[in-house]
Design a protein around this ligand. Structure first.
Ligand code: F3S
Length: 390
């Protein structure tokens, strides 16, 4: 891989151990994927922040980087952590909070923004065509497909290395020829709500692996539904983007038909506890948009969350600040607006939650393994109805 003189100096350790370590990660990655050079990035988004999913081992590495004066060179944001500053902090053991704070402290020392959200694209406008190094798979697919930005699916360490160097290896989806659709998905039927988009994503992710589909019927889909599709397609497969425009009939391209009965079957697989009452109704995977906050607040206005049911709405601090009235409305109803966290990266099992009702196919998919809970997958309006009526 070609390196500039400055990049070579960094690789040789002339700019300190932290920069050398990060450059080594990027060069190794670039060589693995036959990148010819490094390219500048406009932003990085780092995942693996939650103590629940990260564990103890990487804390020493983060501390070593921060001790060696590692500093980010581009805007760098963080994915959700394992607890919010108020509600869950008061319910979970103190030592977990201490460990989580230690992780955040190291990222702060390196200059990462404590955004704590999987929807960093709500924080500021993502420029079309900008090259980025993002590590949250749902945000990667959404920004490539809906926002027109360019990012590979990074791991936490490579996104952090890219943030510190300000560059990423030029391979994969950073090259125009790798962004072309190579399979046409013909959806036979109409998706009714955002949860259906998530179910389609889970179904397609399994079949497509890393292929790039163009999917009919998406042109006028609401962005919140495309967010569900993005999160779900990345959950079961390695697809990094999708397109909206159907390819010409004449174009020789693989074709895949998806029937509504396929999606019904996928929904049944995800809904492992459809006949039970939930302990928790959870909305906000991926983190809620301003629009979603407004809709939820409107729906619970003047109502009370049913006794015995937890009702959580997860979003970023940024969106919560912009929708303070809505957050207060949700909390007046007995719900909790939790910032910087979600059920998947927190310890719901330690709170005795055994059944989670959600509108998110991604959360439903992970519930049995990561949350040790059964899932009820249903559209937002059904989730809200259950939250207040039981
Ligand atoms: Fe975000 Fe948690 Fe879902 S990080 S995409 S809300 S699993």
């Amino acid at each position: 891989m070609y390196l500039t003189r400055e990049e070579e100096r960094t690789l040789n350790g002339e700019n300190g151990w932290a920069n050398q370590t990060c450059m080594k990660i990027l060069v190794r990655l670039g060589e693995l994927f036959h990148a010819e050079k490094l390219i500048p990035i406009t932003s990085a988004h780092v995942s693996g922040i939650s103590y629940k999913t990260l564990g103890d081992a990487p804390i020493e590495y983060l501390k070593a980087l921060a001790d060696a004066d590692a500093k980010v060179k581009v805007k760098a944001t963080l994915n959700p952590q394992s607890l919010d500053p108020t509600y869950l902090t008061g319910k979970l053991p103190k030592d977990l909070k201490q460990k989580q704070l230690e992780i955040l402290k190291q990222f702060n020392r390196m200059g990462l923004t404590e955004s704590l959200t999987c929807t960093p694209y709500y924080l500021s406008k993502t420029k079309q065509g900008s090259h980025m190094a993002w590590a949250e798979s749902s945000a990667v697919v959404y920004s490539n497909s809906v926002l027109g930005a360019w990012t590979n699916r990074e791991g936490g360490p490579s996104a952090l290395a890219a943030a510190i160097i300000g560059k990423t290896p030029e391979y994969g989806i950073h090259k125009p020829e790798n962004r072309q659709p190579n399979i046409q998905v013909n959806l036979r039927g109409k998706l009714q709500n955002e949860t259906d988009f998530g179910i389609l994503g889970i179904h397609l992710g399994k079949l497509l692996r890393d292929k790039i589909p163009t999917i009919n019927e998406l042109k006028d889909a609401p962005r919140d539904s495309l967010k569900q599709l993005s999160a779900a397609i990345a959950t079961t497969g390695m697809t990094n983007m999708f397109h909206f425009t159907p390819t010409s009939e004449r174009k020789k391209i693989e074709r895949l038909n998806v029937e509504l009965k396929d999606l019904k079957h996928t929904k049944e697989e995800l809904s492992t506890a459809s006949d039970r009452k939930p302990d928790l109704v959870f909305l906000g995977c991926p983190h809620c948009s301003v629009n979603e906050m407004k809709k939820i607040a409107q729906s619970v206005r003047g109502k009370r969350v049913k006794h015995g049911i937890e009702f959580w709405v997860c979003t970023s601090c940024h969106v919560r600040e912009k929708t303070q009235d809505c957050a207060e409305e949700i909390e007046r109803s007995g719900g909790h607006v939790l910032t910087g966290v979600c059920t998947v990266v927190s310890w719901t099992e330690k709170l005795g939650i055994k059944t989670i009702m959600t509108n998110s196919a991604k959360t439903a998919y992970y519930a049995p393994t990561l949350s040790k809970a059964e899932a009820i997958l249903a559209p937002t309006r059904e989730c809200l109805k259950t939250a207040v009526e039981g």
